[in-house]
Ligand binder design. Structure first.
Ligand code: ATP
Ligand code: MG
Length: 412
């Protein structure tokens, strides 16, 4: 069998990831470190559903900021309680609806019907008719459901009080029937409920569970757990996780968002793979966290191809720009700085012509801009400027200079 080597090699390329998909946003982990308390509260609230099914109409509101585990907690809980119900001989179905996607009453009800798997024609019925048909189906087959309305604020904003009222007061008219639908509402903030009338609001807020942003210690544990699922052993050290956690933890000025912490870990792993590195390094994380300016990312590959003297010249340009606090410097000033640096690094400066060639090369690579001065300058001279952040660039250039100097030392 003949295959194209170039393509095959990409698939064979070693990777730091063992199961990359366990870092994708849609993956629901088995465990949720530091959400035990919220899971316990849910279990308490839903206890009657297992112990005396149908007697109590249960609803709970979960509130917390971005990426703090609300959706994941609801899904993990749904999976667990289904199993527990089954042990008690109950047919319990868990339904998860994202109201950002399904935000009208009609869409929500037909999605519940679909996820329950009830053979009810979705077309031709009103939302009300569909819901009644569903209740009949549940009754007939002795099924119970927990319906999570995630991003519930979208539903409220789209459909308003009446639709919410319709959903949650379904059992008011039939007080003697079994309560076969319970609700988990999820929203980032409670103020979304302001639009509702006070009775509806207090009906929803019967129980609330709060999700606080994660601290860096908590994020560290979460990252460690998810790292072990996603990466080969030994490819991501704890200090990498610590670095991300310190950056995102709410107690360290971050937003305590697990999603963005996990995304940084994923991106760092991909950066390591891209470079063919067998380990994820801090520099990959810095890139992933967006700490590195995108322009620096763009040119940093090119920088590593520069020769020692080109790097010294680049440093001379950076320093001249920084010292004079101007947007462009004259090549004469750069040369002066360059000669000074050569003395400092103890290397012999290159000729004037050679320096011109370096300038052209750096310009060609898009690292610097160079143009010949127009009016306003005595004589004509080349003006040089750099548009990427100088501090970061200089740090990068320093790293490469010491690398190159170390290498030449070894050779000679
Ligand atoms: N305690 C945790 N342990 C492991 N993974 C977690 C934990 N908390 C959150 N995550 C992960 O972080 C990501 C974000 O969590 P989730 O989607 O539940 O946040 P959310 O609170 O619903 O945010 P949003 O309001 O933006 O929808 C998911 O990938 C989830 O698996
Ligand atoms: Mg969510």
């Amino acid at each position: 069998m003949v295959s194209n080597e170039a393509i095959v090699s990409v698939f064979k390329k070693p990777s730091v990831f063992k199961n990359i998909e366990t870092l994708y946003p849609e993956y629901v982990p088995l465990k949720l470190p530091h959400r035990e308390n919220q899971l316990k509260q849910l279990a308490e609230i839903f206890r009657p559903l297992i112990l005396s099914p149908g007697n109590v109409f249960i609803r709970v509101m979960m509130v917390g900021g971005v990426g703090v585990g609300k959706t994941a907690t609801a899904k993990v809980f749904g999976k667990e309680i289904k199993l527990i119900a089954a042990e008690h001989g109950l047919d319990l179905r868990y339904v998860h609806i994202n109201c950002h996607r399904d935000r009208t009453l009609y869409e929500v009800v037909s999605e519940v019907v679909r996820q329950v798997g009830a053979p009810i024609p979705i077309r031709g019925l009103s939302a009300r008719e569909m819901l009644l048909a569903l209740l009949n189906y549940l009754e007939k087959h002795n099924i119970f459901t927990i319906v999570t309305l995630d991003e519930f604020n979208y539903f409220i904003a789209t459909e308003g009080n009446d639709a919410v009222y319709f959903l949650i007061r379904i059992y008011d008219e039939y007080s003697d029937v079994k309560k076969r639908i319970s609700y988990i509402f999820i929203s980032r903030n409670i103020s979304a409920l302001n639009m509702l009338d006070p009775t509806t609001e207090s009906y929803i807020l019967r129980h609330t569970i709060r999700f606080d942003p994660y601290t860096s210690d908590e994020l560290f544990d979460i990252l460690r757990y998810r790292r072990d699922l996603a990466f080969y052993e030994g490819t991501v050290d704890d200090d990498i996780l610590r670095y991300i956690a310190e950056h995102k933890g709410v107690n360290k000025g971050g937003d305590g968002n697990a999603r963005s912490a996990l995304e940084a870990l994923l991106l760092a792993g991909q950066a390591a793979d891209y470079e063919g590195s067998q380990k994820v390094k801090i520099e990959h994380v810095r890139k992933a966290l967006g700490l590195v300016h995108p322009d620096i990312v763009r040119i940093s590959d090119d920088l590593s191809y520069l020769q020692l003297h080109e790097l010294i010249l680049l440093k001379a340009i950076i320093r001249s720009l920084k010292n004079r606090e101007v947007h462009f410097v004259k090549i004469g000033d750069v040369e002066e700085e360059y000669r000074y640096l050569c003395q400092f690094y103890n290397v012999k400066p290159r000729s004037h012509t050679q320096i011109y060639e370096y300038v052209n090369n750096l310009k060609y690579m898009g690292i610097i801009e160079a143009r010949v001065s127009g009016k306003g300058f005595r004589g004509r001279t080349t003006l040089i400027s750099i548009s990427v952040p100088l501090e970061e660039l200089e740090r990068k250039v320093d790293e490469l200079i010491s690398l190159k100097r170390g290498m030449t030392k070894n050779i000679t």
